[in-house]
Design a binder for this molecule. Sequence first.
Ligand code: IPE
Ligand code: IPE
Ligand code: MG
Length: 252
Amino acid sequence: MEELDILLKQIDPERLPRHVAMIMDGNGRWAKSRGMERSEGHSEGVVSVRRVTELSSDLGIGYLTLYAFSTENWNRPDAEVETLMYLIGWAIERELPDLLRNNVKIRLIGDIGRIPEGPRHKLLNAEASTAHCTGLQLLMCLSYSSRWELTRAARLLAARAKAGELDPDSISEADIEASMATAGVPDPDLLIRTGGECRISNFLLWQIAYSELYFTPTLWPDFDKKEYAKAILDYQHRERRFGKTSEQVTSK
Ligand code: IPE
Ligand code: IPE
Ligand code: MG
């Protein structure tokens, strides 16, 4: 049996994460270690995106959130930003037929208005074209940062309060959740970061309050289905207590 099949067989289908989020890091180092341009690492990273989308879909995971470009990534050299934007537009356009075939629904998360018109148009087209899909929901975080999202949420809530639609004293966690770019999406159960850094880099700070964190040194272009299966298996061995005692969560 293939190593992937052996791993997949060990996954308990009853205890799958409902929502997996990924910080796709390490493209530049992957390319550099091969004497290539950083952009070649980003191109190779698209292949990993395809693999994790496919496996999430096959396993029946409900939501996959991918951190593709952060607010802070706008500060990279112009040429790299330009290449990344071009690549994102090209990749989404190329993948669209397969996404539709696999019933994958795209949702864009972030300050999409900052993305140059060409790729933005392709992204919005993919979102609109897959709006009817009922399978995996693929949340693409682009020009996203958690502080951008939280600032926006504060503005939305303040505007509602000012308009007399919301009593400030009654603002609840549910109101905040509903003001997030991810409104309506359950919080990630599992957050995976590739590339060896053990940090969050301004990603989903509100939503990952109780997520299980998985850090791997594997660089994003090397993150294959086997690596993903290993992360899910690791997750399935964790005990999620949500503040309770172990006895409380294990007693039926
Ligand atoms: C992640 O890879 C992709 C983006 C942030 C867009 P990096 O480009 O950060 O790769 P490293 O971390 O420099 O290796
Ligand atoms: C995080 O990667 C953002 C994305 C994967 C899109 P970075 O490479 O930008 O993170 P830092 O700067 O090393 O924290
Ligand atoms: Mg990086």
